[in-house]
Design a protein around this ligand. Structure first.
Ligand code: SF4
Length: 355
């Protein structure tokens, strides 16, 4: 590695550095390549953030690496536990920005919900994160740190769990850092979490969604649809960066033809908004011929959001209609209702109240 490239990375958080960088850094510090690979394994695969414990490596290297890089994690500022077992953590980043991540147990299944941006620029009308404004993209280390923090707190290391990138932010607007983080998360010598256990949720960003679908290394995909009627979808998701329904459907059709895994369509059911007969007919029409499954999501009501949740029997009725049309459909009940922890409603409420 050139000294210039090395100096540029000096004092960066080590969790953002990939295998190639650590191999050349090891070489720069006099390690053999198998030892540099060992450093990568200690860090990510064994989750050992104290380099003095990297016992297979020379003490001089352990000292150098601890001085060259930052090994800190974001600070947990607040924790809220729901009666259903869901726990939300508010993390403070180095620059004072705050993000949230959530631990969601459901029977034996555990899901971790992580954020990709501090705030979100898209301003979806059913989402508190959107209301709170946008601050910045998360660094690779900040994306990976959320998993490490949740693993540590809930003793998850070595257990299987799922990850959903459905917290604060639109992941495809932070595509470069998302890809870098995913390559470390899914690497079998990195965090070693299978891509099939990870779901990235997006509203469908122009140009970038096509790249995502064209890359077989990417995890499962969920599209926040919420309406199959263009005007209503525009009202819910007003951003110009979002694909139209026709463009979205064309991409999903190509994807279905390639025999890829089904894409989930997220549909938050909003009483008297997207639950009418014509809404469900449009949804059925949109899904026909596509390899998709629909997740009907119970809305988490909040005084700052102008929507009401549909009743459970209404959601079952919609599920029945979709099933009659041979569209695989599940109902996702609201989790962490008492702590405002639903995906897309992850927000530092104190900040919002000040607005
Ligand atoms: S729903 Fe997702 S994309 Fe829309 S504002 Fe909220 S966080 Fe951003």
């Amino acid at each position: 590695m050139e000294a210039k490239a090395f100096r540029k990375k000096l004092k960066e958080n080590i969790l953002g550095l990939d295998r190639d960088f650590l191999l050349s850094y090891g070489d720069f510090r006099g390690l053999k390549s198998f030892q540099a690979r060992d450093a990568y394994i200690w860090l990510y695969n064994r989750r050992e953030l104290n380099p003095s414990k990297w016992s297979s490596l020379p003490i001089s290297f352990r000292k150098a690496v601890s001085e060259d890089f930052d090994f800190s994690l974001p600070t947990v500022k607040k924790e809220r536990a729901s009666s259903d077992g869901t726990e939300k953590l508010l993390l403070e980043l180095k620059d004072g920005n705050k993000i949230e991540c959530v631990y969601i147990p459901q029977g034996k299944r555990i899901t971790l919900c992580i954020s990709s941006q501090a705030g979100c620029p898209l301003n979806c009308k059913f989402c508190l994160t959107g209301k709170g404004g946008y601050f910045r993209n998360l660094e690779v280390a900040e994306i990976i740190s959320q998993i490490i923090i949740l693993e540590n707190k809930f003793s998850l290391f070595g257990k299987s769990y799922n990850i959903v990138v459905m917290g604060m932010g639109e992941p495809l607007l932070n595509y470069s850092n998302l890809c870098k983080a995913l390559s470390i998360i899914t690497d079998c010598e990195g965090l070693a979490i299978s891509r099939r256990r990870i779901t990235v949720s997006t509203v469908g960003i122009k140009e970038i969604l096509e790249r995502y679908l064209g890359d077989e290394r990417m995890p499962l995909l969920a599209i926040s649809l919420h309406s199959a009627i263009q005007e209503k979808r525009n009202a819910l998701i007003p951003s110009k960066s979002v694909l139209s329904l026709i463009e979205l459907r064309n991409l999903l059709q190509n994807n279905s033809r390639k025999g890829r895994e089904p894409v989930s369509l997220e549909y938050v059911v909003l009483k008297d908004f997207n639950d009418h007969k014509e809404d469900i007919e449009a949804l059925v029409k949109f899904c026909k011929g596509l390899k998709v499954k629909v997740n009907l999501i119970q809305f988490n009501e909040h005084p700052l959001l102008n929507f009401k949740a549909a009743e459970e029997k209404e959601m079952v009725r919609i599920q029945d209609i979709l099933s009659e049309n041979r569209i695989s459909t599940t109902i996702r009940k609201s989790r962490g209702k008492d702590i405002n922890a639903a995906c897309g409603q992850l927000l530092d409420l104190e900040r919002l109240k000040l607005k």
